[in-house]
Ligand binder design. Structure first.
Ligand code: ADP
Ligand code: MG
Length: 365
């Protein structure tokens, strides 16, 4: 009878393997800020199908236009709630056993932190993805209480000059410390601590935050109450360092070193995503701290989403183009077919199946 279980397990295992991960790229355009004089935007057109046309302000007519296509493009009028409702299924899939990475990429001032965290001291309406995702994970895990027991833990770290720093504890341990969270109050507390520590040792918070990657990791441990079998998955929420090119002739010393580290890690991230998309045998995870830390959640059946943040101002045109080209390279190719929600099964469902199969076999014995 055990052979039956094993055969079933293998079948289910294969089924899980088939649920390949994928990459999605969502482009978000920042609005003009209050008091900003310049109102001319380089964004000429935003299509409902994810199309975006950018114009070169110094060239007239058609030859100055370039079109891009992503999974979604958000206009400057989009709200935090709209953005979150689109990615909610992805967040929810973490409770079903998927590893998920959500990145915000773009030059400094393009809205990365707005999307991921929200403005300083934001009201609930202005909350970014981080708060909404954590809150949602609590809410959904509670609705599954009778069959599944979930434990949620949080880590926060920063990568600065290729060095990892724990944002929730000052203890120098090899792994960033993990804190269990039981509700919204805990979440707000931890985020607050993390943000405060992130600002430490820098002239202004924005200065430091634009030169480091910040990673909030939510670990989910799920246990099927009936069978006792368990799973572990994680959600990484990454506010990347500013992608702006630094003019080598203008910076020296520490600034040059910072710029080189940022450049290196963002290219490494682009290379990893590209290699995964091409199904290359060798994925160059070792080329940066960022890709090393995220290795388990990039590729395989993990899901990746990148918010590509744009500043619509004319003076940002060349940065906007290099941001879009980076994103195009990453999104051009799908890492794997998205699983059909109709007949696709997630890990939690499959675990429940294994439990009921074991039950059936036990009864036969
Ligand atoms: P980054 O993290 O990429 O450097 P920020 O998120 O700090 O950029 O955004 C720069 C400024 O623009 C901030 O004052 C932020 O509040 C504002 N901002 C960014 N995106 C939006 C948005 N969608 N709606 C309103 N204000 C925004
Ligand atoms: Mg920021």
């Amino acid at each position: 009878n055990y052979s039956v279980v094993l055969a079933e397990n293998r079948k289910l295992h294969n089924e899980v393997q088939e649920l390949k991960g994928n990459i999605r790229v969502y482009c978000r355009i920042r609005p003009f800020l209050r008091g900003q004089k310049e109102k001319q935007s380089v964004i000429e057109y935003i299509g409902e199908n994810g199309e975006l046309i950018v114009v070169n302000p110094s060239k007239q007519g058609k030859e100055g236009s370039r079109s891009f296509k992503f999974n979604t493009v958000y206009s400057p009028a989009s709200t935090q709630a709209q953005v979150y409702s689109d990615i909610q299924p992805l967040v929810q899939s973490v409770l079903d056993g998927y590893n998920v990475c959500i990145f915000a990429y773009g030059q400094t001032g393009s809205g990365k932190t707005h999307t991921m965290t929200g403005p300083d001291g934001a009201s609930e309406e202005d909350w970014g993805v981080n708060y909404r995702a954590l809150n949602d994970l609590f809410r959904i895990s509670q609705t599954r209480e009778s069959t599944f027991k979930y434990e949620i833990k949080v880590q926060m770290m920063e990568i600065y000059n290729e060095q990892v720093r724990d944002l929730l504890s000052s203890d120098a341990v090899p792994e960033a410390s993990m804190f269990p969270v039981n509700g919204t109050a805990d979440v707000l507390d931890l985020m607050h601590t993390g943000l405060r520590n992130r600002a430490k040792g820098s002239t202004t918070m924005n200065e430091r935050s634009s030169r480091s990657h910040s990673i909030v990791t939510i670990h989910v441990q799920g246990k099927d109450i009936k069978s006792g079998s368990s799973m572990h998955s994680s959600l990484h929420l990454v506010d990347l360092a500013g992608s702006e090119r630094v003019d080598r002739s203008e910076v020296t010393g520490d600034r040059l070193k910072e710029a080189q580290h940022i450049n290196k890690s963002l290219s490494a991230l682009g290379d990893v995503i590209y290699a995964l998309a091409q199904k290359n045998a060798h994925i160059p995870y070792r080329n940066s701290k960022l890709t090393q830390v995220l290795q388990a959640s990039l590729g395989g059946q993990a899901k990746t989403l990148m918010f590509v943040q744009l500043n619509p101002e004319v003076i940002s045109y060349s940065e906007t183009m290099s941001t879009l080209k980076f994103a195009e390279r990453a999104s051009g190719v799908e890492l794997g077919a998205a699983r059909s929600s109709k007949d696709g099964k997630d890990i939690r469902e499959l675990m429940e199946q294994v439990t009921s199969l074991k039950d059936t076999i036990a009864k036969k014995d």
